[in-house]
Design a protein around this ligand. Structure first.
Ligand code: FAD
Length: 261
């Protein structure tokens, strides 16, 4: 089983500033971390490799510093890592991002499974996984909380839904996004950290991937951020008076008026 794990480097703080001209995050000088959900995706990839053999390849589309996240992936057990980086990718929305990731997977070619996190903690859309599967024309299952069986080119998974879980069987190759309930990630080993330090991480550019310029960056991104703002905190506390019974009655009235009950 050859597994590709898609990982993204995200700001490690909520205290990020927005560029008022471009409506994009100012990432310079902000500490970056590996997207927390992608840590579970990586761990699952490594567990599959340990059970079924094969290798884990981590890929990330991002600026040059995203290489740090890829080294973390190697320390966590990935066998190899590839950085997809090019000035032409800047400003890409989820459609353009998933297009580039799909091109990279096509170039990797010998994959059986692609694992993504359920969402990032910055863009937060959860769109990249399903769009990636759509671009590749292969099956997709979201919110996977357990891989039950992998056998004869098929995989049976549990996916989380509001009321419980569904069991789904999919053919491989396919794409899944995973939730944090799927595993408990291990800590990087000393051997892994040493391997990560010396690993060669190739950089694949737009040209190397055969990506047309009109499919990436702002040109290839139909999404436009037309405004961005910090939500105002409007906490209006109110103390209810009277006996406990009166207070409860008044509270229920208010909740009814607000149509919350
Ligand atoms: C108009 C516009 C301009 C933008 N410009 C920029 C910009 O200049 N720089 C910038 O960094 N962002 C930019 N973004 C944000 C960028 O498009 C998204 O962060 C990116 O498409 C991923 O979307 P998401 O974070 O919602 O991922 P989700 O769909 O929530 O991610 C789900 C999973 O997909 C995988 N994944 C997501 N992104 C990547 C990735 N890049 N590499 C590998 N795996 C990934 C991970 O496994 C992740 O857990 C822009 C967005 C818009 C709408």
């Amino acid at each position: 089983m050859n597994v590709v794990v898609c990982i993204k480097q995200v700001p490690g703080t909520t205290e990020v500033e927005i560029d008022p001209k471009t409506n994009t995050l100012i990432r310079e000088g902000v500490k970056s971390i590996l997207n927390p959900f992608d840590v579970y995706a990586l761990e699952e990839g490594v567990r599959i490799k340990e059970q079924h053999g094969g290798k884990v390849t981590a890929i990330s589309m991002g600026p040059p510093q995203a290489e740090e996240a890829l080294r973390e992936a190697i320390a966590a057990g990935a066998d190899e890592a590839i950085l997809l980086s090019d000035g032409a990718f800047a400003g890409s929305d989820t459609l353009a991002t998933s297009f580039v990731l799909a091109k990279a997977c096509t170039k990797i070619a010998d994959y059986d499974l692609i694992i993504c996190g359920r969402q990032t903690i910055d863009g937060d859309t959860g769109q990249v996984g399903p769009e990636l599967a759509e671009n590749l024309g292969i099956p997709f299952v979201a919110y996977v909380s357990k891989i039950e069986e992998i056998k004869d080119g098929r995989m049976r998974v549990r996916r989380m839904i509001e009321e419980g879980y569904e069991v789904i069987e999919m053919s491989l190759p396919g794409v899944i996004t995973v939730v944090k309930e799927i595993n408990v990630p291990r800590l990087p080993s000393l051997r892994g950290m040493a391997k990560a330090r010396s690993a060669q991480i190739p950089i694949w550019t737009a040209q190397g991937l055969g990506v047309p310029m009109e499919k990436v960056g702002l040109l290839g991104s139909p999404t436009r951020v037309i405004g961005i703002f910090r939500p105002q905190r409007t906490r209006r506390g109110e103390l209810l008076q009277g006996s406990l019974e009166q207070q409860v009655e008044e509270l229920v009235d208010k909740l009814r008026q607000a149509k919350t009950v």
